[in-house]
Each structure stands twice: as structure tokens, then as C-alpha cells.
Design a protein around this ligand. Structure first.
Ligand code: PMP
Length: 441
């Protein structure tokens, strides 16, 4: 029996129902009554979804990514770290040891804030970027992606403004959208976020009576732009945010992956009260354990723990103990050096291939991280071109993914983290062929 009332709109393909449990087909899947006869499965819950889900959309490029993952395609699209240099035998032994010696803890529920020993070890990692914090200031999260979700959840009401770099990390934009924030972008240049543009944006938002809750920034080896906020700009950006009463969210998964430089002092090292800092083991070790963290002022930290407990009760003890054991027994600093060398070699392959094959485009030469941000020759549209690129067996992410309003089609993000240098060169060669074809169209 169908208990939800079917409401057929003028477009029958977008039929909705009043809320109510779905009718079961013989296969056990909910269908609408009209759809049952046609074999088309429509969503009988369409009108029941919360308002906030309207902003949640599948990436337009997800379908192409399924193709991009085929072995014959060189994917310069994803941001997956290259893990083949990890000592997997040692890590297998370490994981087994965790269960053998501390299994009852590893497999049990744990603290909502995260394991205390790990929180102390995280302080050692952050000291490399000049951060002086207390273990109590740290909340362990399921990757820094969950940290982004928690921070947004506790601060952002629908319609609040989040100020973010143009372009910005696509996963952060997705979170802001899910909480119905309005993202206002501020331009960046070779030295990162432009403080003058930040100042004038915040001034005009204040004049318009808008509520600005967060300034979201990736200050090191930006995703997707590859640039870093200069040392000179860091205190200026902070001072401007402070003047307008805006909390800075410093998202820093790549900070230790500089190719030629020592880690820069974090914005959080300049101020403990106005900055929420997000860290992650995903790029400096491995993303599979899904361990990240937040450092936040005391009162904010309490709210973050409550929000995290309501979402997940507690982060995985098994993952936390594995990472904690890795930090205490393995040469994690040495592993980061290995990564830096691997990614530097790949960056070199990327920029030399661009110079050889695509001289009519322009790009930055990142000195750390995973990404090159490429501006296409005039008139070309990276989103429009993507299906033809995938046909030519190369994939990238169009710039449109990194702007809240979908602009940025003249850019693409090329990741050099995962493919080998030879594959990167081959990918750029294929891309150049696609660009040449576009210009003839
Ligand atoms: N922030 C940025 C800027 C990222 O690039 C990523 C991953 N690509 C994340 C956050 C999320 O990382 P994780 O959840 O694996 O820590």
C-alpha cells in the first residue's frame, strides 16, 4: 500500500509525494505508484527532504570520474596521495601489534574528543609550524573533512556568509553549501589571499548588513591554486579578520609538504583565540585511517566535541591507536621527507611537460603540495572540454568545481600527486592534443 500521496507535477518526470513510508516492490525497493508500471524508479520522499539538502549536489563531473579511473586514462584529476613508498610490511605488523597488545581499547568506544596520547603527539606535529597548544585544545576528527563539517555546523546558520579564497577547496564548498551558507570569494595571487581585497570585501559585506561567520583559508600549497600565503600577509589577514570579528578557519593538510622550504609558521601560531586550525594525517601519512584534528579556543572546542559526539560518538580508536603507534615507533619525519622528494619529482615532471606541450597556457610552479592551477588559452572552457579529454584518455578537474557560483571555466586543476612522472608527461601530452583540437573546433 502506498501511504505517501503521489503529487504529479506538470513535469511527470519530477513526481513528488507527501511524506509517508514508501511502497515496497517485490524487490523491496520503494517506488512511486506511477513509476511502478514504467520501471522508472522515482524518489517518493522528494518533498520530505530537509531544505538544507537542496544545496547538496553530486558533482557534475562524478560520472566522468568513473571513466577517469580506468587504467588507460591518465588521471590528473584526483588528489590521492601516492602511497606506494610506504613500508607496508612494517605497517601491517604495527596494526597487528595494536590489536594484539591493546585490542580491548582499539576495538572499544573511546573519548569523543579523541585519544589523549594521540592529542599530545599531535602537538609535536604542530610544533613544526610554530603552534603552541595544549592537548585539551585538540579534538580528533574523522579526517579534516569532518572538522570542516563540525566547524560549519556549530557556526553557520542558513544565509550566513563564509568568506573563502577564489578558488577554494571543492570539499569545503560542499560543506558550506550543505549548511546553506552563502560563500563570498576573495581573490588570491602568487602570495595567497589578497589582504586588500579581503578588507574591502568585509567592509562591503558589513555595509550591506550581512553576517560573516568564517574566513576559510588554505594558507599552504593551496588546493587547487598551489600558492601559499606569504609570511608578511599572515598577520595582516589575521588582523583584518579580527577587526571584523570573523573567525579564521585555517585548513592545513599540506603544510609539511614543502619541496624546498621549512614549514611556515601557521596563522594559529599568531593567535590562539581567533583561529580554528585544521590538521590531517591524510597527506603526511595516509588517508585510509581517516584521522584529522581541530585546534580551537576552549569554548569552541567544547561545542565541537558535542557536535562530533552527536555525529559519530567518538573517532575510531583502532585508527587513532594505529596512528599513535606509528608516530611513536616509526620515522614519520623521514616518511614526510620521502613524500616531499616524490612529489617534487612529480611537480617537476608536470611543469616541464606543460612548458614543452602547452606553452600557450599559463600555470604556477607550486613549491609544495599536490596541485598546479592552469589557465587555458583564451576562449577555451575546461568544463566543456572535459568529455573530449576523457575520450583522449586524460582527466583533470575543471576550475568551475572550485567556485561557489560555478565560474572559473577558464582554469583547470592538474594534480601531480598520484601518477608516475612518465604518466604525468604522457597525460599532459594528451591534454595538449585535446587543447589543439578545441582550437580547431
Ligand atoms: N582540506 C583540503 C584543502 C583538502 O585538500 C582535503 C583533501 N583533499 C581535505 C581538507 C580533507 O582531507 P581529509 O579529510 O582526508 O583529512
Amino acid at each position: 500500500m502506498l501511504r505517501g500521496r503521489v503529487v504529479v507535477t506538470c513535469d511527470t518526470a519530477r513526481m513528488t509525494t507527501q511524506p509517508g513510508p514508501p511502497r515496497e516492490t517485490s524487490g523491496g525497493h520503494p517506488t512511486s505508484s506511477a513509476a511502478a508500471g514504467t520501471g522508472t524508479r522515482l524518489d517518493p520522499w522528494l518533498s520530505a527532504y530537509a531544505e538544507r539538502t537542496h544545496g547538496m549536489r553530486a558533482s557534475e563531473i562524478r560520472a566522468l570520474f568513473a571513466v577517469a579511473n580506468r587504467p588507460e586514462v591518465v588521471s590528473l584529476a584526483g588528489g590521492m596521495p601516492f602511497l606506494e613508498g610506504l613500508p607496508l610490511d612494517d605497517l601491517a605488523e604495527l596494526a597487528a601489534r595494536v590489536v594484539a597488545t591493546r585490542g580491548l581499547q582499539a576495538l572499544q568506544y573511546g573519548s569523543g574528543q579523541g585519544d589523549e596520547t594521540l592529542r599530545e603527539q599531535i602537538l609535536d606535529v604542530m610544533r613544526l609550524e610554530g603552534i603552541d597548544a595544549h592537548p585539551d585544545d585538540v579534538v580528533v576528527t574523522t579526517g579534516s573533512q569532518q572538522a570542516l563539517d563540525l566547524v560549519t555546523r556549530i557556526f553557520v546558520d542558513p544565509g550566513d556568509v563564509v568568506v573563502a579564497e577564489a578558488p577554494s577547496y571543492v570539499g569545503a564548498l560542499g560543506v558550506f553549501r550543505a549548511y546553506q551558507a552563502d560563500v563570498v570569494h576573495v581573490p588570491i595571487d602568487a602570495d595567497g589571499l589578497d589582504p586588500d581585497a579581503l578588507e574591502s570585501t568585509l567592509a562591503s559585506l558589513a555595509a550591506a548588513g550581512r553576517t560573516v561567520k568564517l574566513l576559510y583559508t588554505v594558507p599552504n600549497f593551496h588546493n587547487p591554486a598551489g600558492v601559499s600565503l606569504s609570511a608578511e600577509r599572515r598577520p595582516r589577514v589575521l588582523a583584518i579578520a579580527q577587526r571584523y570579528g570573523v573567525l579564521v578557519v585555517e585548513d592545513n593538510p599540506y603544510g609539511l609538504l614543502g619541496f624546498d622550504s621549512e614549514p611556515r609558521a601557521a596563522i594559529r601560531s599568531l593567535d590562539a583565540d581567533g583561529v580554528v586550525y585544521l590538521g590531517s594525517f591524510s597527506k603526511t601519512f595516509a588517508p585510509g585511517y581517516r584521522v584529522g584534528w581541530v585546534v580551537a579556543p576552549h569554548a569552541v572546542r567544547e561545542k565541537l566535541v558535542l557536535a562530533s559526539e552527536s555525529a559519530i560518538l567518538c573517532p575510531s580508536n583502532a585508527s587513532q591507536l594505529a596512528i599513535s603507534t606509528y608516530l611513536s615507533t616509526a620515522d614519520w619525519r623521514g616518511q614526510i621527507k620521502v613524500y616531499r622528494e616524490q612529489y617534487r619529482e612529480r611537480r617537476d615532471a608536470m611543469v616541464s611537460a606543460l612548458a614543452e606541450h602547452l606553452p600557450e597556457a599559463s600555470w604556477n610552479v607550486p613549491d609544495g603540495g599536490f596541485y598546479t592551477w592552469v589557465r587555458l588559452p583564451q576562449g577555451l572552457d575546461a568544463k566543456d572540454m572535459l568529455p573530449r579529454a576523457v575520450t583522449a584518455r586524460v582527466a583533470y578537474v575543471p576550475g568551475t568545481a572550485f567556485y561557489f557560483d560555478g565560474s572559473g571555466a577558464d582554469h583547470m586543476r592538474l594534480s601531480f600527486c598520484y601518477p608516475t612522472p612518465e604518466r604525468i608527461r604522457e597525460g599532459v601530452r594528451r591534454l595538449a592534443g585535446v587543447v589543439a583540437g578545441e582550437r580547431e573546433l
